[in-house]
Ligand binder design. Structure first.
Ligand code: ARG
Length: 474
């Protein structure tokens, strides 16, 4: 009979692994349940946090007299030895149910029966929430640093793009001329907002659940404020049932990461396009290009294609978490164990995408001549309409008049500024003069001088603001 079928006579119990529960059962879990239930393969990464939170808990228990001073010292030293063993790889291949069980078993191995006092007044429910918050706080630092590095790379590359003009696009169509710096900065600003979102979420990540017990608080009067300070949290959670079941912090951080992924995807989509032969605006360095196994000529922008694709994966992590959360009551439910695989996946994904995208941006070559060559007179249509407005024509009318000129240019197969003056004057007496007044591409860009526009002053102001925003330590 397969191992998972209920039997009249229980199978012989498996060799006794250390377990944190089981007194009420006649025999242990089936292999099939164990395979589903075990989280160690995912949550072993939490061991540094589990040890740190356990040490703080030992001190809290010492303060309320659950542990004698000698026991407290013994346990703290034991936990240090456990940490050393884990740093040496003791988690690899361990049979335990989860990281909490693993740490406790190793503590037993180090200090014997007194290890059994560690879990007094604590539950894995407040423990895992505490560990995961601690882990997230650290992971946020790395993510923030990686985002800032990409932000700096964009700002650095934007610096050399102030005088480089190219067509600006909306709907994939020539719209108005802009500066290359302006385009790069349009991808840097969202990253600044992402960092603000992470900093804001961070305040809510830094709420201490430890001392919540399983759901209703701890049976021992531990000082949660001291625990909070010992572990570097900002505040103490207000409701134990909420605190043990609350994964809003995971959702918020996953949302922000999904949005980071979306921003990287948009940057990637734009650069893949600009790296194509038809545009030829940029070329990726050899160090950030990939080849084809069949076509020798290829210089593929895999880095930005993958940056684009990972947005889907990050969104998937968010959707999976929210879907998990929506169906469960308050408090801890085993569903919540799924949170870690999703959160780790998202951080791991960005930890490889961001440095690669940063390197690719830092090393790509601009082709300013290709950008200039792509500027065509249709990009001046708005300028012409604006000039007619200055001559007193209402904008609605001038829009229509320039539209007629565009039609003439298309019909004659000439650029917009090469329509014969007599034809232009036939559309409106001022139109010929407006065409003659057009000036340079630079004049065109400078004419949109509102704050935030593509003019030199606006771009230089943005460069300065973003330089400060992405400076190390900012
Ligand atoms: N491995 C569990 C998790 O990740 C730890 C908490 C288990 N709590 C429990 N009541 N079984 O969520």
């Amino acid at each position: 009979m397969p191992a998972h079928q209920p039997t009249e006579t229980p199978p012989p119990p498996p060799p006794p692994a250390h377990q944190m529960w089981g007194g009420r059962f006649a025999f242990g879990p089936s292999e099939a349940l164990d395979a589903l239930n075990r989280s160690l393969p995912v949550d072993h990464r939490l061991w540094p946090q589990d040890v740190a939170a356990s040490k703080a808990w030992v001190q809290a228990l010492g303060r309320v007299g659950v542990l004698s001073p000698a026991e407290e010292t013994h346990m703290l030293e034991g936990l240090d030895r456990v940490a050393e063993r884990l740093a040496d790889g003791a988690a690899a291949g361990a049979p335990d149910e989860d990281v909490h069980t693993l740490v406790e078993r190793l503590l037993y191995e180090e200090i014997g029966a007194v290890a059994g006092k560690l879990h007094t007044g604590r539950s894995r429910n407040d423990q895992v929430a505490t560990d995961l918050r601690l882990w997230t706080l650290e992971a946020l630092d790395q993510l923030d640093a990686d985002l800032a590095a990409l932000g700096r790379a964009l700002v650095e590359r934007a610096r050399e793009g102030v005088d480089v003009l190219l067509p600006g696009y909306t709907h994939g169509q020539h719209a108005q001329p802009v500066r290359w710096a302006f385009v790069l900065l349009a991808h840097a600003w969202p990253l600044g907002r992402d960092r603000q979102r992470l900093a804001d979420a961070r305040r809510r990540v830094a709420e201490l659940p430890l001392g919540s017990g399983a759901l209703a608080g701890s049976g021992f009067p531990v000082d949660r404020v001291l625990l909070k300070e010992a572990l570097g949290f900002r505040s103490v959670s207000a409701n134990a049932l909420d605190a043990t079941g609350d994964r809003d912090f995971v959702a918020e951080v996953l949302f922000t990461m999904a949005l980071v992924g979306t921003h990287l995807s948009r940057l990637g989509a734009e650069l893949v396009l600009y790296a194509s032969a038809e545009f030829g605006f940029v070329q990726l360095s050899d160090a950030f290009s990939t080849g084809s196994s069949l076509m020798p000529q290829k210089r593929n922008p895999d880095v930005f294609e993958l940056a684009r694709a990972k947005a889907g994966r990050l969104l998937g992590d968010l959707v999976a978490l929210l879907t998990t959360l929506k169906g469960i009551p308050a408090g801890y439910q085993k569903d919540l164990q799924e949170d870690k695989a999703l959160l780790f996946d998202a951080f791991d994904t960005l930890a490889v995408v961001l440095p690669a995208a940063t390197g690719a941006v830092q090393t790509l070559t601009l082709n300013a001549a290709r950008m200039a060559a792509a500027l065509d007179a249709s990009l001046r249509a708005t300028d012409l309409a604006d000039l007619l407005v200055e001559a007193g024509v209402p904008f609605h009318e001038s829009h229509g008049l320039v539209g007629k000129l565009v039609r003439e240019a298309e019909r004659a197969g000439v650029p917009l500024d090469k329509v014969p003056a007599a034809v232009a004057a036939g559309i409106h007496p001022q139109l010929g003069a407006a065409v003659a007044q057009l000036g340079t591409w630079e004049d065109s860009v400078e004419s949109r001088a509102t704050a935030g526009g593509a003019s030199r002053k606006s771009v230089e102001d943005q460069l300065e603001e973003l330089r400060k925003a992405f400076a190390p330590g900012a």
